[in-house]
Design a protein around this ligand. Structure first.
Ligand SMILES: Cc1cc2nc3c(=O)[nH]c(=O)nc-3n(C[C@H](O)[C@H](O)[C@H](O)COP(=O)(O)OP(=O)(O)OC[C@H]3O[C@@H](n4cnc5c(N)ncnc54)[C@H](O)[C@@H]3O)c2cc1C
Length: 359
């Protein structure tokens, strides 16, 4: 039987959009999205590109390559303006952050520098720190839903079909086909392809085959607030205790919290208060200014690894997954997506650490 597409990509979040864009250069791609693009975690993300994460400013995996991959992908999609050169500032809020931040700056002089309190005040007078800050010029922030939409539009320009309100409800494979069932109202339709790439993000929970890969989810929330009138100086994306990302001239996106026990995905007022209080330690008055909106999503990660999963599902050849981007999708999705074409041709080249396996 003939194929409806070379590759079916299920899910149009960051993973699915990066994959669809890259693969559409070589293949006939069909994207099936259950709702609308970026309606999962990608719609809740603050969009911080911070290659030195956590309280100890640890570098992300392959940090140079990850930053290059992100810029190259946006250039190729004709949208470099989505990632303006701003940098990320990590102001020291608690004293125990000073020495790991200074050490990281000393270890990575090509990517980061240490700023004294005087230097922080001179550049960004509204940022509170009595100790100093760690500055990463190649970091910054991206509007993630805009990036997802841009990549899908660029994939469509290359001939990809992008379908929304088209949930994948079942999949299986034969020696010659990967087959998905797509929900179409009360009925389902079968679509066939050479490969299927499941990029379901926080939608993994409904499918035992995905759950068995050892995935887990952590709910998080971002809060968009009006920029306080008291802020008068220039501002860059900040990651100290929580994060603050400027959104246009009038708004700031504040994040985030980590909730391992959650029943639903509605934003939680207590989490909002917690986020506003902690970010007010970096920037004054963000706990007082008007809330514009709140978004919650689930960061999907592997229980024992900080790397994404990419490759054929266990005991499958044609059904692949690309998931577990954790809290740094912007620094993992482009990096792994750019290798996808090569991996499809030669699955043995997929690094063992990212290959999906049963728990
Ligand atoms: C609060 C919060 C803040 C974050 N901040 C940042 C940040 O600042 N920087 C950063 O790099 N990362 C951040 N992240 C992480 C980042 O959002 C994720 O790593 C990334 O968005 C995950 O993308 P994804 O495509 O794997 O999943 P998702 O974005 O969840 O996308 C999955 C898509 O699949 C669709 N889908 C689900 N089930 C089906 C189905 N059966 N059939 C078809 N489609 C389906 C969904 O509708 C959805 O559109 C944050 C996450 C959260 C929750």
């Amino acid at each position: 039987m003939s194929h409806d597409a070379d590759v079916i990509v299920a899910g149009a979040g960051l993973a699915g959009a990066c994959a669809a864009f890259v693969l559409s250069a070589h293949h006939n791609v069909h994207v099936l999205e259950a709702a609308q693009p970026a309606s999962g975690a990608s719609g809740a993300a603050a969009g911080l590109v911070n290659p030195f994460m956590g309280r100890r400013a640890r570098p992300v995996w392959q940090l140079h390559e990850a930053l290059d991959a992100l810029s190259e992908l946006l250039d190729e999609a004709g949208a470099p303006e989505l990632f303006p050169p701003q940098g990320v500032l990590r102001p020291v809020i608690e004293d125990d952050q000073e020495s790991p931040f200074r050490e990281a700056a000393a270890e990575h002089p090509d990517l980061a520098s240490w700023l004294s309190p005087h230097e922080v005040r001179a550049r960004y007078p509204d940022v509170h720190t009595s100790v100093g800050g760690f500055f990463v010029p190649r970091g910054g922030a991206i509007d993630v839903p805009a990036m997802v939409r841009t990549l899908l539009a660029a994939a469509a320009d290359r001939g990809a079909t992008i379908e929304t309100e088209a949930p994948v409800v079942y999949w299986h494979e034969t020696p010659s086909d990967a087959i998905v069932e797509v929900g179409r109202g009360r009925r389902t339709e079968e679509l066939r392809a050479d490969r299927v790439l499941l990029a379901l993000g926080q939608g993994y929970g409904r499918f035992p085959e995905l759950r068995r890969l050892g995935l887990t989810g952590v709910k998080g929330q971002t809060v968009r607030v009006r920029r306080p009138d008291s802020l008068t100086g220039p501002l860059v994306p900040l990651s100290g205790r929580g994060y603050v990302v400027p959104d246009g001239d009038d708004a700031l996106v504040l994040g985030s919290n980590y909730d391992n026990n959650f029943d639903d995905l509605t934003p939680d007022p207590q989490a909002t208060s917690y986020i506003r209080e902690k970010t007010a330690r970096m920037i004054p008055d963000v706990d007082e200014t008007k809330i514009i909106d709140e978004q919650a999503g689930v960061r999907v990660k592997h229980k024992h690894s900080n790397l994404p999963l990419l490759g054929p599902m266990p005991r499958r050849e044609r059904i692949w997954t690309f998931t577990a981007l954790g809290s740094k999708g912007l620094l993992t999705a482009p990096l792994f997506a750019r290798e996808l074409q090569e991996y499809l041709n030669a699955p043995s080249k997929i690094p063992g650490a990212v290959q999906p396996s049963k728990e």
